[in-house]
Design a protein around this ligand. Structure first.
Ligand code: ADE
Ligand code: ZN
Length: 328
């Protein structure tokens, strides 16, 4: 009798992963040893990232990022993330990268970017997974640094850079204060995304859509608090980059039962499933899809539909999308 062969995993695609927050603890420890950086406060007794709330998470994420210092460090980071994602059945990742982190590493943004691109190309050659980049503003550094991040992005447009966005502490500054920065990116033709509706209510999402010409919102889940806004998001085809494990682990929602993923789907909102800051939240792209299936009850066909929507709303060019669709 022949053994039944296991069904291949549902193909996956992610539009929302912060590169430096995708670093596995073992990689961070290795680099920290090499650079003589004390990262003992970064990990618990079981070697997992240690943080207690969003603010201490951001500090931990900064410290982990500080042990990536050469183009090859960044190449290794991007490559290792992509190889793990490919092993879980992912065909595409859009990473958030940060001109601020590039500068802070001492490399400058261009050398940082070149290292990351080298890692993406190595991973694609080895495993077929495609990687693209979205430079972003770290919101808590303020609107002026935002304009500098946008200028860095548009002055260093390699083919892998496909969009522009903003993450960071949503409770600081209003979206309209970043309009000059987003205009710099929009004028260069970069499609836009912005984190909103994670730490601020539905009003943060509405204010972002009113102030900034974004096609996608990072998280955006708290739009559920206003039915008119949900209808607007569905009608305008705004895509929500949903990160369920991040939302529950950081305490945006107390449990998966409270998470609005299924309500947003039912309202016809376009969306994807994403790991955000995976090892910090003990998740991965594979785990997000597992949660989609086991906790939210989505079928494999529905999950494949989520992947299709992610690729449709990805910021890469149409030829790349056609290549990806051929693999679904
Ligand atoms: N940067 C990294 N992870 C983030 C998150 N979940 N929200 C806002 N900014 C972030
Ligand atoms: Zn994020």
């Amino acid at each position: 009798m022949t053994e039944p062969t296991a069904a291949p995993p549902v193909p996956k695609a992610e539009l929302h992963v912060h590169l430096e927050a995708g670093a596995a603890p073992a990689l961070v420890r290795r680099n920290a040893d090499r650079y003589g950086v004390d990262v003992s406060r970064l990990f618990d007794d079981e070697g997992r990232y240690l943080w207690t709330d969003f603010t201490t998470f951001l500090t931990a994420y900064d410290l982990a990022a500080s042990v990536f210092r050469t183009p090859e460090d960044f190449a290794g980071l991007a490559e290792s993330y992509q190889l793990d994602a490919a092993a879980a059945g992912s065909v595409y990742t859009e990473f958030f990268v940060s001109p601020d982190f590039g500068n802070r590493s001492g490399l400058g943004y261009r050398a940082y970017l070149d290292g990351i691109v080298e890692g993406l190309r190595r991973a694609e050659a080895a495993a077929g997974i495609v990687g693209r980049l979205i430079p972003l503003i770290e919101r808590h550094y303020g609107p002026e640094r935002g304009v500098e991040a946008a200028r860095a992005a548009v002055n260093n447009l390699v083919p892998e850079v496909v969009g522009f966005g903003m993450a960071g502490e949503e409770r600081l500054y209003a979206p309209h204060e970043f309009r000059p920065a987003f205009e710099v990116a929009a004028e260069a033709g970069l499609p836009l995304t912005c984190h909103a509706g994670e730490w601020c209510s539905w009003e943060g999402v509405a204010a972002t859509l009113d102030a900034l010409p974004v096609r996608r919102i990072g998280h955006g889940v708290r739009a559920i608090e206003n039915a008119d806004l949900v209808r607007r998001i569905a009608a305008e085809g705004i895509h929500l980059e949903i990160c369920p494990v991040s939302n529950v682990t950081l305490g945006v929602y107390g449990s998966y039962a409270d998470h609005p993923l299924l309500k947003l789907r039912a309202a016809g909102v376009r969306h994807s499933l994403n790991s955000d800051d995976p090892p910090f939240f003990w998740t991965s792209v594979g785990h997000e899809y597992r949660v989609g299936r086991d906790t939210f009850g989505l079928s494999d066909a529905e999950l494949a539909g989520v992947t299709r929507m992610a690729i449709e709303d990805a910021f890469c060019d149409e030829a790349t999308k056609a290549r990806l669709f051929a693999r679904l």
